[in-house]
Design a protein around this ligand. Sequence first.
Ligand SMILES: CC(=O)N[C@@H](CCC[C@H](N)C(=O)O)C(=O)O
Length: 371
Amino acid sequence: MDLIAIRQALHSIPEAGFAEVKTQRYLLECIAELPQQWLTVTTWRTGIIVRVTGYGAIKTIGWRADMDGLPIREQTGVTYASTHDGFMHACGHDCHMTIALGLLARVANEQPKNNIIVYFQPAEENPGGAEPMLAWLKTERPDLLPDVMFAAHVAPQYPVGTIATKPGLLFANTSELYIDITSVGGHAAFPHETKDASVIAANVLLQLQTIVSRNIDPLHSAVVTIGKMTSGTVQNVISGAARLEGTIRTTTPQTMEAVKRRIEAICTGIAASFECTVDVDYGSSYYEVNNTPHYAEALLAFAEQFDGTTAYACPAAMTGEDFGYFLKDIPGALFWTGANTAYGLHHEKMLPDEALLHVNADFVHAFLTSL
Ligand SMILES: CC(=O)N[C@@H](CCC[C@H](N)C(=O)O)C(=O)O
């Protein structure tokens, strides 16, 4: 299996969450080329679940790869760049899927002792595929639930071969944040007849900054980021509508609730003082990634002695990952894997070093079959 060609093919067709139609078709074609004796393939929405029956199974081990791209216009300049205008695999999910195929190729050719299930999961970025996939597995296909489960995420800042993780909290609780302001627009020369949505949005933005600095215990970390703010239509018209779009990150679910209470209080106050409507919507939210200590330690110990990898006991990060929903119910761990690229996740030039594909397929195969 040519993992580099596969990753480049996947890279060229990034699709939005639950719209991974071409991606699913391509993955199914790749899976169909493998020896099928001990494989069972099931689809769920745009996802795929491949069960590999072990020759003497005493447990079932899960491996999850996410599938969706991001609404980012790619600027890498590579020959295999995205052919879907305005969409890009800027979070490494093309690599995650390729590593999963590399794992499947290895266990399809050499039957493992334990059962292995590979989950190609849609919609990690938005709106979240792990929670509904897990709910479906529990109600419809409990036979496809694993006893233990793992996943990896590319890490631009680490050299290829770095396996970085930690016991306990690795990634944050997240919630998207959408705030819509509806007020009264009008002629730029008659501000007294309007309620300027741009000025109101600016006030919301500044007051949101007080939540982390003044409402949250400094020992309980939180992030409130507004990544996008839109208001108005033209230079000489006062805006009557504005929208703020952002994300909240916290290290506990309780802190998430505290941040949300403050956002609502601020928005209620702004609506009263500026005589406008302020609507808050939280979009999708992800549960923290909380690694089972035993399995995070086992991953680090294995990476330390495996040829081609280096273990790094890393700190937690405020990134989010809906794999946290799996780990809420199923023991296991997620790890960062070095991708050695100058640009960070979600950057239009983010381009992982392809050397990570074979290193990780080998590492993941060796680790999972060692359990
Ligand atoms: C690893 C990574 O970058 N994950 C994303 C997850 C997005 C969660 C959600 N859509 C949000 O924006 O809150 C991240 O941005 O951390």
